[in-house]
Design a protein around this ligand. Structure first.
Ligand code: PXP
Length: 238
């Protein structure tokens, strides 16, 4: 059975915001992705709304119910947006002002855990599935399960930035063990960050992972190959 593919379309919105223009519209991109192999559409609503806008989230949730996977921080205004627009699922990620992209998994501290527990409870009350973006580390997977998450998304950033085959093998092993543990704890497992047409197969082959969330490589390939081809090629790999 092929893995599910979540296509992150943030950078369609990045291009639009570069000119503060009405296009390219992420809503159009979502329709194309879903028609050509994407199982889910992923968007990260950042506090600074530098790419995806609240308007995008509203329209995406309205037109593609059951298909929208929202990434956001624990900021109260993000929780408010999630509860208002009710995406199918929410992946809670760490977010720091000025970062180019998400830098890694959540850092679990007593203060963060208290806030996560509260936010997970609020999202569950609205029947929204909750994923936590985590490093492939046993302690973090156990914490995610204890906090009541439905899904863990394993951060593949370190793997995707590995500088040697030996390092990549070690990081793949960490991902495999994390996936196994998460499955044992009853969690669904996703993976994402930095995955592309070359490095995705090794992660897909690990087993236990049900969905890959991929953005930058697909959107950049679409500039040369077109969005339908970029999405369908990635889906074929999975
Ligand atoms: N998963 C999470 C939690 C992310 O924050 C991102 C980046 O927004 C991705 C997946 C997609 O990463 P990339 O754009 O590198 O494929």
């Amino acid at each position: 059975m092929s893995l599910k593919l979540g296509v992150n379309i943030d950078h369609i919105a990045t291009l639009r915001q570069a000119r503060q223009a009405p296009y390219p519209d992420p809503v159009d991109a979502a329709a194309i992705c879903l028609n050509t192999g994407a199982d889910f559409i992923v968007v990260h609503l950042r506090k600074d709304q530098r790419h995806i806008q609240e308007r995008d989230l509203a329209l995406l949730c309205k037109y593609f119910p059951g298909k929208i996977h929202l990434e956001c921080s624990t900021a109260p205004e993000m929780e408010k947006a999630a509860l208002k627009y009710k995406p199918f699922s929410v992946c809670i990620v760490p977010e720091n002002p000025g970062e180019v992209t998400t830098t890694g998994g959540l850092k679990f501290t007593p203060k963060t855990n208290k806030r996560l527990l509260e936010m997970i409870e609020h999202l569950h009350k609205k029947h929204i599935l909750v994923s936590l973006f985590v490093s492939p580390v046993a302690a973090d997977i156990r914490t995610a399960a204890k906090l009541g998450a439905d899904i863990v998304e394993l951060c593949t950033r370190d793997y995707s930035e590995a500088t040697s085959a030996k390092q990549a093998r070690k990081l793949l092993q960490d991902l495999a063990l994390a996936s196994l543990l998460a499955n044992e704890l009853g969690l669904e497992v996703h993976a994402g960050h930095g995955l592309d047409y070359h490095n995705v197969l090794a992660v897909a082959d690990l087993g236990g992972i049900s969905c890959m969330n991929i953005g930058f490589s697909i959107v950049t390939r679409s500039l040369f190959a077109g969005l339908p081809t970029a999405v369908s090629e990635m889906k074929e790999l999975l």
